[in-house]
Design a binder for this molecule. Structure first.
Ligand code: SF4
Length: 249
């Protein structure tokens, strides 16, 4: 999930018991910011193949955890339908690691929701299967490829490039986004990112917000991204994408 997004709180199972869904937690209130132009429910899948020290959801890192029952998920979706929710965002963790993600997408589709998938791009093989089933994809670009391993612990950067291409070719609505940490995202790193995403429709720059609970202690004392740095990068990255969006400036 993108650092800075609303953090999940594990929900009590409630309702009838039932088989376990891949959803670990959800936001009780619908969100106006997680799906452009839609009121959406936000659902978190646990487990991640990256180990970003700046992750705002350390509880979702590492191995997959027990999910809430499908029956509880059904209750939540019915409630959201009554509240005029028209979309869902499946985020994590890294949702594409969940073996039953496709079942989850079909489940949400059964309620008529539009579907947005958040991904770190580390599993293009599975992403390829999901893309035809979703409406919108948001992929994090953590750094230039030379910086991925150090920042995220993920070394197979060919997969990042592959996921970018898959999304660009998918015909779906999409965005690529970078959470800007000033000491990490130097102009040099941003030029590398620019080469990676050249020609994309939408690229989002978002502010890094420090927290005492970040898993990497070295990130806790860093400052929030300055608005002037985000505006600088908006200009720097302008030639790379049709549209640049700045969030948190
Ligand atoms: S990709 Fe990084 S920031 Fe996102 S959930 Fe995994 S560890 Fe956290």
């Amino acid at each position: 999930m993108p650092p800075g997004a609303s953090a999940p709180r594990k929900q009590a199972a409630g309702g009838r018991n039932g088989a376990e869904s891949p959803v670990y937690a959800f936001l009780e209130k619908p969100s106006l910011i997680d799906y452009p132009g839609c009121l959406c429910g936000v659902f978190f899948v646990s487990g991640c193949n990256f180990s970003c020290g700046f992750c705002h959801n350390a509880s979702l890192m590492g191995a997959k955890q027990k999910g809430i029952p499908w029956s509880r998920l059904e209750e939540v979706c019915r409630k959201f339908k009554n509240e005029w929710v028209d979309a869902v965002c499946i985020t994590g963790g890294e949702p594409t690691l969940a073996a039953d993600l496709i079942k989850l997408i079909e489940f949400f589709r059964g309620f008529g929701f539009k579907i947005k998938l958040d991904t770190n791009g580390g599993s293009p093989e599975f992403l390829k299967k999901c893309l035809p089933l979703v409406d919108y994809v948001a992929m994090d670009i953590k750094a230039g490829l030379s910086g991925y391993s150090e920042l995220t612990g993920f070394k197979d950067t060919g997969k990042i490039r592959e996921s970018i291409q898959l999304i660009m070719d998918s015909g779906k609505e999409y965005e690529f986004r970078t959470t800007v940490i000033e000491s990490v995202h130097t102009d040099e790193q941003m030029h590398e990112i620019g080469e990676l995403i050249q020609g994309v429709k939408r690229y989002v720059l978002q502010a890094f917000v420090p927290q005492d609970t970040l898993p990497g202690t070295e990130f806790r004392a860093l400052k929030r991204t300055r608005p002037e740095r985000l505006r600088q990068l908006e200009k720097l990255m302008a030639p790379c994408a049709d549209e640049i969006i700045v969030r948190g400036a």
